[in-house]
Design a protein around this ligand. Sequence first.
Ligand code: GLN
Length: 449
Amino acid sequence: AVFAQIAACEPQVQSYLALTEESARKTAALVDKKLAAGEELPPLAGIPIAIKDNLCTEGVTTTCASKMLYNFVPPYSATVVKKVEENLLPITGKVNLDEFAMGSSCENSHFQKTHNPHDLSRVPGGSSGGSAASVAAGEAVLALGSDTGGSIRQPASFCGIVGLKPTYGAVSRYGLVAFASSLDQVGPMARSCEDTAMLFSAISGADEMDATSCDRGHRADYRDYLARDVKGMTIGIPKEYFGEGIDEEVSAAVMQAAEVFRSLGAQVKEVSLPSSPHALSAYYIISSAEASSNLARFDGVKYGYRSEHYQNLQEMYVNTRTEGFGAEVKRRIMLGTYVLSSGYFDAYYKKGKAFQSALCAEFDACFADCDFLLTPTVPQTAFKLGENVDDPVKMYKSDICTVPVNIAGLPALAMPCGRDSQGLPIGMQLIGPHFGEDVLLSAGHRYEQ
Ligand code: GLN
């Protein structure tokens, strides 16, 4: 059914960069065989899943939506991909993203523009736009995305689905092509909190291949916590997330959701995260600095694209990178190289890191008496294709509510909370303390009901 839906929707939606129908059918057949033999199956066995194309898949192209990796076939699979396979989920294919996960609209893909299934003239969000659009269009039941500054939550919000950015370290990053290593996390995207909880159970936990991963707070099955009552919980509303720049329809919908939580027995109170307005600047300094270092490996020697125009080694490097990277990736590399260069390190990167400590302390203060915080996911609903392409700063502003979470390494759940006057989905964000995914998923689940 999913492949029939792909055949029907792909000409308009364009979420897939590669289909892996043959291997998906093999996995499905294996599940059928095990079922017939009466074997016990993992809970998600047979559920079709799409994989963001910055996660390595052995034997299947992993392009990061970049010309630089147009022909890259990894010799190994990411830990999360292996876990998906062990749990017998048929992988439908690799889905579109902004090049190297840099962007908020999927328009930075070298290959194609993905469209929002709710309104084809609009973007699906980014960078995990292919993941979100494929789930929203029924071209996959589940998807994996990655979130460095909102890339799971913002597209989930634009496409009206659920997305979880896990606590830093809760999910292995081994085999995720690195963008900003101190912020990147892989996470689940789905149509409900229950589905999200199931996929999160399957992919989370410590991995010896990623030294930053750990088992703290890990639950074998997050579904066991979904029935938890919201009654008695305290929800913080950070006032900085409802002011200037946030669309009125969006803040009204999130406030309405707060009322729903209140009616379920939660206490709702205003809190403050005074440093938040600086989070965007800090994010674009830290993430670009790390990206400039991580992307140094793409030089035409080991991976993917190599320029045909060169006389010597230096020219080969330069021309490969000039021709292989798109404009946004080059912008980040230049910005990152600049902030790390001698003489500027103290003024930018060091300040960014100091800001990180200050923001963490503010979040900690909120969690001293709040179970979770409630904010909009994005200041507005999905914008039109082409609307922000010539204005990078305007594009960056759509990350204003999501980046503080990555800077502080916290978990956050994005989920639908209504529609605007044009019928476009509005998303809310539940932010939890470190390793508090169970609290977020149970509160989200109660809200859905
Ligand atoms: N939109 C943000 C950026 O362009 C977030 C990207 C991400 O989370 N991968 O950096």
